[in-house]
Design a protein. Structure first.
Ligand SMILES: Nc1ncnc2c1ncn2[C@@H]1O[C@H](COP(=O)(O)OP(=O)(O)OP(=O)(O)O)[C@@H](O)[C@H]1O
Ligand SMILES: [Mg+2]
Length: 229
């Protein structure tokens, strides 16, 4: 399989006042096209930080990140935002839907950044909602949907621009077991049937079982799974 993501000697630190906090150090990681990777590790180990770097939400302090051959660590803010809009779908623990907008409008949102016509935006959003099994809830607002349904709307929003990569930060962290299984089954389907490459942070070993393999972070570095045995 071709490499989609190539991370070399990645480091990230934050400075607060005089204090420098090293959050990630010497991370080397390659992720193949079509992979479904679970990322686990203790709270504060740097999982969200790494995920945000992979998705181009944040810039590294050192090292390189290539996605699909593009050095995203060298892109400036505007170019990076543009790259994100067409290459990455984000799925968060708390869905991050706009409360005043219907499911349909929430899913259409990322398409406002594109040149698509209003009719085409509407059509693409409908197709995405159908794919997550919520065509019949298109006019519902988030408050009129269950947590699991809200997360499926968020997944529809993440895939509506047809990005190659989905990054998910504890996507089932706020869901009951049944809704979590629905969401994980959906992610697995997007991976297997639609070729999406998925990087998913989770604390739940049962959720990680849906991925094709699991990596562990500890104190800002990738560690061998055996280290936890
Ligand atoms: N903007 C920031 N400024 C300073 N420190 C930060 C910032 N963002 C994260 N950190 C620090 O980086 C470390 C890793 O944070 P991160 O959110 O990546 O952890 P995590 O593995 O996702 O944890 P959790 O499982 O609790 O979500 C923490 O010590 C955190 O305090
Ligand atoms: Mg986190």
């Amino acid at each position: 399989m071709a490499t989609l993501i190539d991370i070399q000697n990645l480091a990230k630190s934050y400075t607060r006042g005089k204090q420098k906090v090293e959050v990630l150090h010497h991370v080397d990681l390659t992720i193949a096209e079509g992979d479904f990777l679970a990322l686990m590790g203790p709270s504060g180990s740097g999982k969200t930080t790494l995920l945000n770097l992979i998705g181009g939400l944040d810039a590294p302090s050192a090292g390189s990140i290539s996605v699909g051959g593009q050095r995203i660590d060298q892109l400036g803010g505007g170019a990076l935002a543009k790259w994100r809009a067409s290459n990455v779908g984000f799925i968060f623990q708390f869905y991050n839907l706009m409360p005043m907008l219907s499911a349909q409008r929430n899913v259409e949102l990322p398409l406002l950044l594109t040149k698509l016509s209003a009719a085409q935006r509407k059509k693409n959003a409908s197709i995405a909602l159908q794919l997550v099994g919520l065509a019949d809830r298109a006019s519902h607002k988030p408050s009129e949907l269950s947590g699991g349904q809200q997360q499926r709307v968020a997944i529809a929003r993440a895939i509506v621009s047809d990005p190659a990569l989905l990054v998910c930060d504890e996507p089932t962290g706020d869901l009951d077991r049944q809704s979590a299984e629905d969401v994980l089954g959906l992610l697995q389907q997007l991976n297997r049937d639609h070729g999406k490459t998925i990087v998913m942070v989770t604390h739940d070993p049962k959720a990680a079982e849906y991925a094709s393999h699991t990596l562990h972070l500890d104190k800002g570095a990738l560690v061998e799974q055996g280290a936890f045995a």
